[in-house]
Design a protein around this ligand. Structure first.
Ligand code: GDP
Ligand code: MN
Length: 506
């Protein structure tokens, strides 16, 4: 065990971790691999499944066990409270004694941290957000959607020119990237749509454009409501300097940013907003409108469990009207179970057919480009650790093809679903299953695998490592004809490289 090894961990390599969870999971995973200690691995899996109601109990059990866990805990707390990997690296260099002390002190913060558990942001396209805005009576210019230039032309004709043509991709700053263009007549609308469709904006391909009636702009403002995790409250943010990067405004001219924290006990009151808006220089008429709009935005936040609702810019037109010409809404995925319609929306946005299939089966799956080893594991930490291992031993020949977390329990049907999904990727030439039995028992998983392989007929070699609770029984039960049973991942390295490079079958 060499804690100093951690300081060289590269926190920014290539997995789509943003999609999976956040950077520190990766850090913890590396950490658990470095220690090669089952308790740490279990701990990592446990905290990564922190949404689970049992997580606190498991944690405390593990903490009683070993001080390794305390280090993890410290890191967990530090990361949650700071989100700065550098802080952790620095803490790490000071060594275990320091960490142990800090951990003990920080354990008392557990209660608070428990409220901060994992959250993933669900983003939706602007046109969906506009639909919601409209439903709540916000001033949204008429619009439609087009997937080819002719549709855009027809829409422009229907709406009346001039129009604005806007790329529908899930990133900000489309305007600067050339993804928002004005068109004075219907032919221009067609041409601009043609130019924007297929464009690459920050790595995302534009597949549809929004065509909206253009608004003449006198002045641009920013208003929004975001979740302030530190205060555990939503906060209204506004600025008379809208349209541009709001972060930049906050940095360079902080006096042009106003905030109102919302106490859920009392709700948001229009007068609070008006006062704040006047203070930062909104003209009276605009302030009155904006305050009323903010009330509606807060209702949207409450009704949909939003982590962010934003209008940037809210504009004042020369005729004195106020318009919301951009719309952004993010949801908190912990609240998705209350909003089946949003879950569907999220799924319909999956572009990869295998990902869509996996998500409809309730699996956490992310497909990677140019991988060839299917990865299945339980717990996000262990799965990412396994991916790292394949990347490490693979000598650029064997590469992880996906992330797939079967989650806790790992019943036969989820094991079967997982195998089916992973094998449906034609690039996969070998599969590596890595299960750490904690609450999940390895004998159960083994039965699940045996059942699964009965129905999922395949020639692809499947390597299985079962470790932890009932692993010995698990390995005995496992059908030796169908699976290669391994005890360490390294045992799989050479055979996997062999299979992958030949593209051979078992
Ligand atoms: P974002 O860059 O991705 O945030 O996209 P926006 O929807 O905010 O558009 C960027 C910029 O395009 C805005 O700040 C406006 O200046 C301009 N814009 C967008 N819609 C219109 C419109 O209807 N009329 C005019 N004149 N400008 C617009
Ligand atoms: Mn905008």
């Amino acid at each position: 065990m060499d804690p100093s090894g951690i300081s060289s961990v590269n926190l920014s390599h290539t997995w789509p971790v943003g999609k999976i969870k956040s950077g520190f999971v990766k850090f913890l995973t590396r950490f658990s691999l470095t220690l090669k200690h089952p308790v740490v691995t279990a701990f990592v899996s446990t905290i990564i499944d922190a949404g689970d109601a049992e997580w606190l109990r498991n944690w405390t059990e593990i903490i009683n066990y070993q001080w390794h866990a305390l280090i993890c805990l410290t890191i967990y707390i530090r990361v949650l409270s700071s989100s700065i990997p550098e802080t952790i690296r620095r803490a790490y260099r000071k060594g275990p004694v320091f960490l142990r002390k800090v951990s003990r002190r920080l354990i008392f913060q557990l209660q608070q941290i428990s409220q901060r558990e994992w959250r993933c942001i669900v983003k939706i396209q602007e046109h969906y957000a506009r639909d919601i805005f409209k439903k709540y009576g916000l001033p949204v210019p008429d619009f439609g959607l087009a997937t080819n230039p002719d549709e855009a032309r027809a829409l422009a004709k229907e709406l009346g020119t001039p129009v604005v043509v806007k790329a529908q991709v899930l990133v900000g700053g489309r305007g600067k990237a050339g993804g928002v263009k004005l068109a004075d007549d219907i032919d221009e609308a067609r041409d601009k749509a043609g130019a924007i469709l297929g464009m690459d904006i920050k790595g995302l391909k534009v597949e549809k454009v929004l065509v909206a009636k253009s608004v003449d702009i006198d002045k641009e403002y920013y208003i929004g409501i975001v979740l302030d995790r530190d205060r555990k409250q939503h906060v209204v943010i506004a600025s008379p300097a809208g349209g541009v990067d709001i972060e930049q405004v906050a940095e360079e001219t902080p006096d042009k940013i106003g905030k109102v924290w919302i106490d859920p006990k009392y709700g948001l009151h229009a007068y609070e907003c008006r006062k704040m808006l006047f203070d930062i220089g909104f003209e009276q008429k605009v302030a009155l409108h904006a305050a009323a709009i903010l009330q509606k935005l807060y209702q949207i936040v409450l009704d949909h469990d939003c982590s962010l609702v934003e209008i940037n810019p809210l504009v004042l037109s020369p005729d004195g009207n106020i318009w919301a010409i951009d719309a952004k809404i993010n949801f908190d995925d912990s609240g998705l179970f209350r909003h089946p319609e949003l879950r569907k929306l999220k799924e319909s946005e999956d572009t990869d057919p295998i990902e869509r299939d996996a998500h409809s089966r309730g699996l956490t799956y992310v497909r990677l480009e140019d991988g060839n080893v299917g990865i299945i594991g339980n717990g996000a930490g262990l799965v990412m650790g396994t991916m790292d291992e394949v990347k490490r031993f693979g000598r650029d020949i064997a590469k992880p093809a996906n992330f797939l977390d079967i989650g806790g329990g790992a019943r036969a049907d989820s094991v079967k679903n997982s195998l089916e999904v992973v094998l449906s990727d034609p690039n996969v030439k070998a599969v590596l299953i890595n299960v750490f039995g904690g609450i999940t028992r390895c004998d159960e998983v083994a039965r699940g695998l045996n059942e699964a392989i009965e129905s999922v007929k395949t020639d692809i070699p499947i390597f299985v490592r079962l470790e932890g609770t009932n692993s010995v029984e698990g390995r005995e039960i496992l059908n030796g004809d169908a699976f290669h049973v391994i005890e360490t991942l390294d045992q799989a390295a050479e055979p996997i490289i062999g299979y992958v490079s030949e593209g051979a079958v078992r």
